[in-house]
Design a protein. Structure first.
Length: 420
């Protein structure tokens, strides 16, 4: 546990107070080591982190590694079918056990002296050790896990924060998507040269969309706000929303966001770090693809329903996901030092879909890959700028950056709580 000295506490307090309301964060928030350590300890090691999807490890013994703040965690399917999160640290002399980022193992065998563990982390075999060794005390350390509709979350906290409210908010909205009946179509990893907060700040506004996301804006209404929702746009959204409600309201697939602009998130006052909703796509778009056409077989319960908008999930501090009728795209964000963020994108399709027959990556990937790469470049540019001595935070748009302000409020609140 990080313990702060009095002068460090004061330094952070002064920093928190240095942010002007409705402005971006001052420069030290993007280069201060002490603040970074505080973030890791109190946000990343206390919160619930999206690790990946259940369908990445369909069979007992399937695993993948999840690296957070220097810790390597093995996310493994146990023989009983549940998901375990085990620290990838041998209980003998601390070697990592799994070297490959993903795979399938019958047993975890440490490469150093071959201590052997099962999928629960239980120590099974040691060789050359004294007989009185109590193996039951030497299992792999565990992190907490929760699964929601095929999405795996872990917490590194000794006593994790409540997850029930998040589960209750996400599960019913996500259920029809059938993410637990999906398969991975593609995983891509990015090392983005930007602080993790910049990645979120960019995610929380669509002020930049018109110019930077020529593909994304064709499919979505969230670039329009109170200041620029012209009559034609308002009418189109009303038509799409009413049609959707009449057709799918009874099935629980009605669009829950009937206004332009992004869904308000997060909500610090009510401790809302999670959200899920169904959002309209523009008329003629049934999927978030370049031409709006379906590019893979319908997922989950969408047996005849292609025109069901997009289902979106987001959880702080590290996850958002957009799901269309035929595919889902998850984004997992993890800081890797002050100036780097590791970002993983995961494309999912229905488990029975066959590549080359039912879907092609050339059609499945571009919409989100292009949008994401446009965003990463924005973040890199901003990191360069905020590192400059000339940078001072400017005012935020009340029409277009309300969610960015919400994010900053949430972030500052977390740090404030952390330092007491
Ligand atoms: Fe793993 Fe020795 S460090 S068996
Ligand atoms: Fe963007």
């Amino acid at each position: 546990m990080l313990s702060l000295k009095a002068n460090e506490l004061l330094e952070i307090k002064n920093l928190l107070e240095s942010r002007k309301p409705n402005h971006g964060l001052p420069r030290p928030f993007y280069y201060d080591d002490l603040l970074y350590r505080t973030e890791m300890e109190f946000i990343w090691r206390q919160g619930w982190l999206f690790a990946g999807h259940s369908c990445q490890i369909p069979n007992p013994g399937d695993y993948f590694l999840f690296e957070v703040d220097g810790d390597s965690i093995i996310i493994v399917r146990s023989d009983g079918g549940q998901v375990n999160a085990l620290y990838n640290v041998c209980r003998h002399r601390g070697s990592i056990i799994c070297e490959e980022a993903e795979g399938h193992v019958k047993r975890f065998i440490c490469p150093y002296h071959q201590w052997t563990y099962d999928h629960e982390g239980k120590l099974l075999l040691v060789r050359g050790m004294q007989e009185e060794l109590d193996k039951s005390q030497l299992g792999l350390q565990r992190a907490h896990t929760r699964e929601v509709e095929g999405m795996i979350f872990i917490s590194l906290a000794r006593k994790p924060m409540d997850f029930e409210a998040a589960y209750a908010a996400i599960a019913p909205v996500a259920h029809p998507q059938g993410l637990n009946r999906a398969k991975v179509a593609k995983i891509m990893d990015f090392d983005v040269h930007a602080n993790w907060k910049l990645v979120w700040e960019n995610n929380r506004e669509c002020y930049h969309c018109n110019v930077n996301h020529p593909q994304y804006i064709k499919a979505n209404f969230d670039r329009f706000n109170a200041d620029d929702t012209i009559e034609r746009v308002a009418q189109e959204l009303a038509v799409v929303t009413a049609r959707n409600k009449a057709k799918w309201g009874g099935e629980g697939l009605a669009i829950t966001r009937a206004e332009t602009g992004m869904t308000e998130f997060p909500d610090t006052e009510h401790n809302i770090w999670y959200s899920a909703n169904r959002t309209a796509l523009t008329d003629g778009f049934v999927s978030e693809t370049l031409d709006g056409e379906q590019v893979a077989p319908l997922m989950g319960d969408y047996s005849e329903a292609a025109d069901i908008g997009t289902m979106r999930v987001r959880t702080l501090p590290n996850f958002w996901q957009h799901s269309s009728c035929d595919h889902a795209v998850a984004v997992r964000v993890v800081p890797n030092g002050l100036y780097h963020t590791n970002i993983r994108m995961i494309w999912l399709v229905d488990a029975k879909a066959e590549e080359g027959k039912d879907y092609d990556l050339e059609k499945l990937l571009p919409f989100w890959l292009m949008t994401a790469e446009q965003d990463w470049q924005i973040c890199v540019n901003q990191q360069k700028g905020v590192s400059s001595h000339a940078y001072t935070p400017g005012p935020l748009s009340k029409y277009k950056e309300y969610n960015l302000d919400r994010f900053l409020h949430w972030y500052l609140q977390q740090i404030k709580i952390a330092i007491g």
